[in-house]
Design a protein around this ligand. Structure first.
Ligand code: CO
Ligand code: CO
Length: 347
């Protein structure tokens, strides 16, 4: 429900994770920063991993991450839920459990306070579902609303899932369908109705907690969450960090209803083109993959699913557990020895 007559998405230029800085731009900025050399910092920003991990010396690591972005939906409560689910996700992607969160809110003075309250309530409800304590926050006046969290969690270091652990022979599982960028772009252009975009919002508010907890008792080797850099971008990062090539069967990748149709109509977020420019040269895409499907593979996801590399004999059981929870998980390929490309996509 919009309580002011102002549509949240009309106040922003780029929505959700599509508002991220272009990957090439970001890596250039980061490469100029001085390296921190502390042996307790097990994972820092140079590993292109999802969160930092700091060794607490007792077998546990402290995990920290932050994410915030402009709205991709008009309903402030729903936006709060999406932003919180997205920010918490990186802790689960490292094999950890989030524990505490701080709200980060940018908000225009001209919008009603009840709108800000609804955004925070959406975030608080997702944190409650996650078992996370909201312990404070910071807000700032900004012409464009933005919301997210700074999250702290813990990981058992022998259960840590960096993106560099994928091994030859592993099977790849994707826990959610792709298409949030395309469907929310189509909705913003008023070419997709509420029912059509609901498949994207339902997926975005689904916590990756369930995908992570379903790994309990399994021997997963690597994981990452699929967000702004698209399945192709995050698969490239996993492949390069692991020294392998990921082979993905495009026809097996779960895709949201109507996402390919909207892609055919050209309703593709700018971030998808940036992802294709930056990661495309590291991807060998078979000629028989239709263009609209490859657009989905480069589509920036907001609060996307986990991409997990795990032993072949565990993959089907993992997919079954998630399907039992109503998630459209699927095996989407496997890990091969390193070849010239980082990711090879066949139909
Ligand atoms: Co991530
Ligand atoms: Co993130």
């Amino acid at each position: 429900m919009d309580m002011t007559g102002v549509k949240l998405t009309e106040l922003v230029e780029a929505a959700g994770c599509a508002a991220k800085l272009a990957p090439g731009y970001l890596s250039q900025v980061l490469s100029d920063l001085p390296r921190v050399d502390d042996p307790n910092l097990l994972v820092g920003f140079d590993a292109s991993d999802d969160a930092y991990v700091y060794d607490l010396g007792d077998g546990r690591g402290l995990v920290g991450t932050t994410d915030f972005f402009p709205p991709m939906v008009d309903d402030p409560y729903l936006f709060g839920q999406v932003a919180a689910a997205n920010a918490l996700s990186d802790v689960w992607a490292m094999g950890g459990r989030p524990a505490l969160a701080l709200n980060l809110l940018c908000f225009p003075n001209c919008l009603g306070l009840e709108v800000a309250g609804q955004i925070l309530a959406g975030g608080a409800d997702k944190c409650r579902e996650a078992g996370v304590i909201v312990a404070g926050g910071h807000s700032i006046n900004d012409h464009e609303p933005k919301f997210g969290l700074a999250v702290t969690g813990f990981v058992e270091l022998d259960r840590m899932l960096a993106n560099g652990g994928a091994r030859e022979g592993d099977v790849l599982v994707l826990t959610k369908a792709l298409g949030t960028g395309i469907l929310t772009t189509a909705h913003k252009a008023e070419l997709l109705d509420e029912a059509g975009v609901k498949v994207a919002t339902d997926s975005m508010i689904t916590l990756n907690k369930y995908g992570a907890e379903a790994l309990d008792g399994l021997d997963a080797h690597a994981a990452t969450d699929v967000t702004g850099f698209s399945l192709m971008g995050h698969a490239c990062e996993m492949a390069e960090a692991s020294g392998v090539t990921l082979e993905i069967r495009a026809g097996d990748v779960p895709v949201m209803a109507r996402a390919r149709e909207m892609a055919q109509m050209g309703l593709i977020p700018a971030g998808a083109y940036r992802n294709r420019d930056f990661f495309g040269p590291r991807v060998e895409m078979s000629d028989d993959v239709p263009l609209d499907l490859s657009d989905v593979l480069f589509d920036p996801q907001t609060s996307g699913g986990l991409l997990v590399a795990l032993p072949e004999d565990e993959a089907a059981g993992y997919v079954e557990r998630l399907r039992g929870l109503g998630q459209p998980a699927a095996t989407v390929g496997h890990v091969a020895a390193r070849s010239e490309c980082s990711v090879r996509v066949t139909m």
